[in-house]
Ligand binder design. Structure first.
Ligand code: HEM
Length: 247
């Protein structure tokens, strides 16, 4: 039965665009509303990326300063660390490229981003009612996404330039010095961006479930990403589960 047949009047045109919705996003209408936010493959892709970045940071720090040399113990010694660090970088790059392809569309700028950013004080104070309704990602998440994208490209390009095993003759010595400086600065920056990302994931209650179970509660979606939630409801992106299915 269609909505028109059920209520006797045509359903009003949705106020939100279908473009707000990603593949697999779905309201699960049962005893309590839940929302599918990430597919299994998106989550696997994310956690491979996350593990790669942690290993890359640890192996990079081990090579960065003598006081951190002890970290090479985690990778089987100095030589092994030097060998494996660039390869982990390649894995991170390829894995992040997968995330980029999946998520870039909904991280493109939208009208409410400027308003959300202007109200950053209210974001930090948790005054959600003063913020504009946002789609799947808010301006803060979009900033993290694009910062990660730019920094990972910077890391791989500068890293390839100083990867002696394969690209030893590519740069002159003065160019290599600049490449190492850029590489280290990008590494420090991405560690800071990563800390912001992880802090936000824990700070906003109910967010971690998005990347572990792939689901968030209807309340979470309504509170933090109302435009996305409305789009899912408006375009019928829903599946029904009964209480029996839940058990
Ligand atoms: C290891 C610690 C990490 C934790 C606990 C974590 C947690 C999360 C969570 C909970 C989400 C879902 C947020 C939401 O949908 O609102 C998410 C999304 C995401 N994460 Fe992570 N993450 C970690 C590391 C990383 C790393 C290292 C990267 C990339 C280098 C990364 C890239 C992303 C991207 C691209 C998204 C999608 C959000 C967007 O497109 O704006 N994450 N993460």
């Amino acid at each position: 039965m269609t909505d028109t047949m059920m209520h006797g009047a045509p359903r009003p045109a949705p106020q939100v665009s279908k473009k707000e919705i990603d593949r697999g996003d779905k309201l699960i209408v049962g005893p309590e509303v839940q929302v599918n936010r990430y597919t299994r493959w998106a989550r696997i892709n994310h956690w491979i990326t996350a593990i790669s970045l942690i290993l890359l940071a640890l192996s990079g720090l081990a090579l960065f300063h003598p006081s951190l040399y002890w970290l090479t113990g985690l990778f089987g010694g100095g030589q092994m660390t030097r060998w494996i660090h660039p390869w982990i970088g390649v894995v991170l790059f390829v894995s992040f490229a997968g995330l980029f392809i999946r998520f870039f569309r909904l991280n493109l700028p939208s009208r409410e981003d400027a308003q959300w950013t202007a109200r950053i004080g209210d974001v930090l104070k948790g005054n959600e009612e003063k913020l504009p309704e946002v789609g799947k990602y808010n301006a803060g998440q979009k900033f993290v996404f694009w910062a990660m994208s730019i920094l990972i490209i910077t890391l791989i390009v500068s890293g390839l330039g100083v990867w002696e095993e394969y690209f030893s003759g590519m740069l002159t010595i003065p160019q290599r010095r600049i490449a190492v400086l850029i590489h280290s600065m990008a590494a420090v920056a991405i560690i800071c961006v990563w800390i912001v990302h992880v802090y936000a994931a824990f700070w906003v209650q109910g967010t971690l479930g998005a990347m572990t179970r792939g689901k968030v509660s209807g309340g979470w979606a309504w509170r933090h990403h109302r435009k996305w939630f409305r789009a899912l409801a408006a375009y019928g992106q829903r599946e029904k589960i009964s209480s029996a299915d839940k058990r």
